[in-house]
Write a protein that binds this ligand. Structure first.
Ligand code: ATR
Length: 270
């Protein structure tokens, strides 16, 4: 019987994950099926259990179920614990392993695909919601010289930094106080969804700054346009999407797909 996987969310029809995983499966000669699974807003666990009963081997989890997946996993990876959210479930002998591949997807896209080292660099992370928390541990694991978390509501940045206490590289900052250039500025706010730019000083961008937006689309986001106007090199989150998928695929199938061509095809079709 073909192993079954899916991406579960609500809404779900916009998800690019099925096309990404179909390409990974073809490339690595894995016999598997990967579908979209729409769960009712109050029916996440039922939908997961039914999927397991029907022989499902794993799920990607997207909005709004990442916290419920975290709460219901029977075992969590350290990076899922740090993220406080699960985007990947693996089912094995009744166990529901919860992982989070978003942060490693971001880091792989920056370090390997954009060829920008994080080690020893100054990094500014904008936002303190789930998206920011999801990537903090993998970013810290790269040993940046300094990682500043800044948020529109400053107390949330302070709270988030407190969760990772004793890490001398990590600090909370205020948008208003930031006026030095960083090597890497990552937008993990939801501002791009409404075509807004987080209220950050243009002085955080220098000539060599990589300005990374975790959102992606057919056009550069407002944040990317703002950063480019002030001299930064910009990149959107399409590579992060493909890399987090590759990490999930590797967890499930034990074989790592190549992401380069899949990324190029997706980009060309946007
Ligand atoms: P997500 O899971 O996408 O991170 P979230 O937990 O609702 O969603 O967090 C949204 C983040 O985007 C928050 O950091 C939010 O800032 P506040 O904590 O001050 O609300 C940030 N955000 C949303 N819209 C923004 C905007 N227009 N400018 C700056 N920050 C914004």
């Amino acid at each position: 019987m073909t192993d079954k996987y899916a991406v579960i969310g609500n809404p779900i029809e916009h998800s690019r994950s099925p096309e990404i995983h179909a390409r990974f499966a073809a490339q690595t000669h894995q016999q598997m099926q990967y579908d979209r699974l729409l769960a009712p807003l109050d029916g996440f666990l039922d939908a997961v259990q039914q999927f397991m009963r029907n022989g499902g081997k794993g799920l990607n989890v997207t909005v709004p179920f990442k916290l419920e997946a975290y709460a219901n996993a029977t075992r969590l990876t350290p990076r899922a614990k740090a993220a406080g959210a699960v985007n990947t479930l693996k089912f094995d002998n009744g166990e529901m392993l919860g992982d989070n591949t978003d942060g490693v997807g971001l880091v792989t896209d920056i370090v390997h695909n954009a060829a920008v080292a994080v080690a020893g660099k100054s990094v500014l992370l904008l936002g303190a919601g789930g998206a920011a928390r999801g990537v903090l541990l993998p970013l810290l694991d790269e040993q940046p010289a300094r990682l500043v978390v800044a948020n529109r509501t400053p107390s949330k940045a302070v709270e988030l930094v407190h969760r990772f206490d004793n890490n001398p590289r990590l600090e909370a900052g205020n948008f208003g106080d930031l006026d030095d250039a960083f090597d890497i500025v990552i937008n993990a706010t939801a501002a791009s969804l409404s075509s807004e730019v987080p209220p950050v000083s243009p002085r955080v961008f220098g000539k060599h700054t990589l300005a990374y937006d975790m959102m992606y689309g057919s056009e550069p986001t407002a944040f990317m346009r703002f950063a480019a106007q002030h001299g930064a090199i910009t990149r959107d989150g399409l590579g992060m999407l493909v890399e987090q998928a590759a990490e999930s695929f590797t967890l499930w199938r034990g074989v790592r797909p190549s992401t380069k061509d899949v990324f190029a095809e997706l980009r060309a079709r946007m």
